[in-house]
Design a binder for this molecule. Structure first.
Ligand SMILES: C[S@@+](CC[C@H](N)C(=O)[O-])C[C@H]1O[C@@H](n2cnc3c(N)ncnc32)[C@H](O)[C@@H]1O
Ligand code: SF4
Ligand code: SF4
Length: 299
């Protein structure tokens, strides 16, 4: 078997923010949230060993809120695995990221604005944290990731301007269209996609990963989940992807703590899903995701 591009692990569902477009917004406090303890994380690492060289630490939650985040990335390093994570940027400066290879910082805007949906996050503070990190001699490779909505084109322009001023230090910007399966937002409209396409052309000197936003054709694209990347939720359950993951119980393909990865991947349920994806026989949730272009983001 070819090694998987990466395996994504949700290490905690705790979050210090409540972004309106995120499923976290439906959860009032952190009492029923979970974290994968370091012992379980190490068992998971042992069980996936040989299937990938890259671990991405992300789910629905803020990874830097995990109390053992530093030990988790150290464990990966000891096993010669590269690590990346996606963070809301609020806790940068409080956690030692020496063992981390890539850091994706979510930044929809560089300042608070009228339709700011990232409740509990002060963008100016995130930018300040980011600038402090950039000022350090050693830091992980840094990418920004921005959720794009119909109201946010001007904000995207400002984020790209900010990146322009720090272009030697920021390795890329990922533009992600807002997806309505978490909440009830409208998907990005075709006109705004076109506006973003024009905008990114004017920043063509920057590494912008924007296919998902600017792609205006209606063709169905197959998704890489199941084939070249996998997602484990905070309980160690293998799920189809992070979009369908989190707390939803629609597709649970078994636990890494009960079975080895080889067993999970050779079960009928998994193989049938793969065949359906190959035939582009997607179910409703995948169709929405494909429409929005979200399944492109990591490709
Ligand atoms: C769920 S968060 C978890 C990591 C961390 N808490 C953060 O905000 O970066 C992962 C990414 O999903 C994005 N996200 C959340 N809700 C979304 C939605 N409805 N559509 C598209 N992206 C979304 C966030 O902006 C973030 O970049
Ligand atoms: S997008 Fe990230 S920071 Fe915002 S509520 Fe969701 S998990 Fe928390
Ligand atoms: S098409 Fe979208 S929802 Fe379906 S498995 Fe792929 S990424 Fe997940």
């Amino acid at each position: 078997m070819m090694p998987l591009d990466y395996i994504q692990v949700e290490i905690t569902t705790l979050c210090n923010a409540r972004c309106r477009y995120c499923s976290q917004s439906k959860i009032s406090d952190n009492t029923n949230q979970h974290s994968m303890d370091i012992k379980s994380f190490n068992i998971l690492l042992d069980r996936i060993s040989g299937f990938t060289n890259n671990i991405h630490l992300q789910g629905v939650g803020e990874p830097l809120m995990h109390k053992d985040f530093e030990s988790i990335i150290f464990s990966c390093k000891q096993k010669n695995l590269t690590t990346s994570t996606t963070t809301n940027g609020t806790l940068l400066g409080h956690v030692n990221l020496e063992c981390l290879d890539e850091l994706y910082i979510s930044l929809d805007s560089i300042e608070q604005w009228e339709d700011d949906q990232r409740l509990g996050i002060i963008p100016e503070q995130v930018v300040e944290n980011l600038d402090d990190l950039l000022a350090q001699n050693r830091h992980p490779r840094i990418y920004l990731t921005s959720v794009v909505r119909d109201t946010s084109v001007a904000q995207v322009a400002k984020v790209l301007n900010y990146v322009h001023t720090r272009r030697t230090q920021i390795s890329g910007v990922v533009l992600v269209p807002v997806l309505d399966i978490y909440a009830s937002n409208d998907l990005l409209s075709p006109n705004v996609r076109r506006e973003i396409a024009t905008l990114t052309r004017s920043f063509s000197h920057l590494p912008i990963f924007d296919d998902a936003v600017t792609n205006t054709d209606d063709s169905i694209h197959s998704c890489g989940w199941l084939f070249d990347k996998l997602y484990f939720d905070v309980h160690g359950i293998l799920r189809v992807c992070c979009v369908r993951g989190g707390n939803s119980n629609d597709i649970a393909l078994g636990s890494i703590f009960s079975d080895g990865l080889k067993t999970l991947l050779s079960q009928d349920h998994f193989l049938r899903l793969m065949q359906r994806m190959r035939r582009e026989d997607h179910d409703a949730i995948c169709e929405k995701c494909i429409e929005s272009g979200l399944c492109h983001i990591w490709r």
